[in-house]
Write a protein that binds this ligand. Structure first.
Ligand code: FAD
Length: 447
């Protein structure tokens, strides 16, 4: 069990301290599920983008939805990420997805991913969610001349499918990013950034307004088949419904201290949780701020050890990274990422850069970089494996997951659902997965 007494990012009894926790509007009121037996049409487990977008869309079609969250709304990855709205996956490019899932379902998934930026911003507008949404594009610059081939290939794969993308040469990348550290790249003009905690809280408010019952402090401890329904247990109550969505993603099995080891014990064996650290500087002075990402882009480059940046509304520069050894991360990360930011944006040299915020969270990786859509039983589903790109995708999945959950035959789902795929030798692979970062760093400097 994790010792949460030293690290507030691990403590499920409160929201992890972060820039977002200090700037998002308060969460809508919610309480633990009242003791007793309850019934619903749909039970959703987990109040992140996936759970709340699905709860919202299901409630909008008149379903009785009960959502159970172990901690708080947005306590998982959804409330603590970098807020980059990226309509693409990290490694799984469109052709890879179509190869893996077949022409029909693969292309549906590719369209969903490619359209996920528009879907998220449209939802924010529709429900008037004040989340500092800025849809001015997401750019992926190439950190070596050789990575322009990858940028070109990604651009072509999206372009041929009709998405709003652009291949950018070195000059143009320089003008969009404000640095000649990169060699060019590609951008998706429908991407952007948000305050993710504000957005997830806004989704919760919209779901409640549509009639969904959201219960925080309600860890799910067990899911059992009883007759024609699933009986879901929390420490104080039960809910029964014919369909259940497990939307616990990288936090599946991570909340043992709440008695919620994993409501579906095999689920954690299907993914590798990866820790990502997030940092935000003090606000930059306007004249300096105007020289970096001058059009307000979100940016994450082609490094395996990702170099990323975006601004918030007040001119704080946000970045993030991973560490191979997590111990003593505070001081090492501050030094390492300050030096990296200066390399990325030399105009920061000599400015007294400090990080006002540092926090971390987990996202779910799969060995092949592909997302997983798992059928766990009759009417029981989960999706996992955002591989670090789930802000837009988890949100955009809400309508398609709702369709699947209420379909007469889930085999008709437009999404590539399949039986759960466990990772062989999971505990060993999980322990060694972070070592992949060493390989990424080695490759980053060579190919
Ligand atoms: C630090 C970080 C930075 C990231 N940056 C980006 C980015 O810039 N752009 C991008 O596209 N993606 C990013 N991601 C990925 C993105 O945040 C995730 O893909 C997305 O938030 C997943 O949403 P979700 O709803 O599926 O899961 P989560 O938001 O993780 O929600 C799962 C919820 O389930 C709850 N839960 C767990 N067990 C139980 C239980 N037994 N009972 C009840 N509830 C339970 C948890 O408390 C949690 O609230 C980042 C992730 C991290 C961690």
């Amino acid at each position: 069990m994790a010792d949460t007494s030293l690290d507030p990012s691990l403590d499920p009894s409160r929201m992890p301290p972060s820039l977002w926790a200090d700037t998002a509007f308060p969460a809508p009121l919610s309480s633990a599920l009242a003791p007793g037996d309850h019934a619903a049409d749909l039970i959703v487990i987990g109040a992140g983008f996936t759970g709340l977008s699905t709860a919202l869309h299901a409630a909008e079609r008149g379903a009785r939805v009960v959502l159970l969250e172990a901690a708080e709304i947005g306590w998982g990855a959804s409330g603590r990420n970098n807020g980059q709205v990226i309509p693409a996956m990290t490694r799984a490019d469109p052709d890879v997805i179509v190869n893996a899932f077949g022409a029909e379902k693969g292309e549906v998934l590719v369209s969903l991913i490619g359209g996920s930026g528009n879907a998220l911003f449209e939802l924010a507008r529709k429900h008037r969610i004040e989340c500092a949404a800025l849809q001015n594009g997401w750019i992926q610059p190439a950190h070596r001349a050789s990575r322009m081939a990858l940028a070109q290939s990604r651009f072509e794969q999206w372009k041929k499918r009709g998405f709003d993308v652009e291949l950018v040469d070195r000059e143009r990348a320089w003008s969009l990013i404000g640095s000649n550290f990169w060699f060019g790249g590609w951008q998706n003009l429908t991407g952007g950034h948000i305050n993710p905690l504000a957005f997830v809280r806004g989704l919760a408010r919209a779901a409640q307004a549509a009639g969904a019952s959201i219960h925080t402090r309600s860890p799910v401890t067990d899911i059992a088949r009883v007759g024609d329904a699933w009986r879901v247990s929390t420490p104080q109550a039960f809910v029964s419904a014919p369909r259940v969505l497990i939307a616990t993603h990288a936090y599946s099995g991570a909340l043992a201290e709440l008695g919620a080891a994993s409501p579906w014990p095999a689920l954690p064996n299907t993914l590798l949780p990866m820790r990502s650290y997030q940092l935000a500087t003090q606000p930059l002075p306007p004249e300096l701020r105007a020289t970096i990402l001058p059009h307000g882009h979100a940016m994450s480059d082609t490094h395996g050890d990702l170099h990323l940046a975006r601004f918030d509304e007040t001119g704080r520069l946000l970045t993030g990274g991973a560490l191979i050894v997590p111990f003593g991360y505070e001081s090492r990360l501050r030094k390492r990422l300050a030096a990296r930011l200066v390399r990325m944006f030399p105009q920061l040299e000599g400015w007294p850069l400090r990080f006002d915020y540092l926090w971390h969270g987990n996202f779910a990786v799969t060995p092949d970089g592909l997302p997983r859509f798992a059928t766990l039983g009759n009417g029981l589903f989960a999706w996992m494996g955002c591989n670090g790109r789930g802000v837009a995708l988890s949100t955009a999945l809400g309508p398609a997951l709702t369709e699947t959950l209420f379909a007469n035959d889930p085999a008709d789902s437009a999404l590539p659902f399949e039986p759960m795929r466990r990772i062989a030798a999971h505990s060993l692979v999980k322990r060694t997965a972070i070592a992949a970062m060493m390989v990424y760093r080695w490759r980053d400097a060579r190919d």
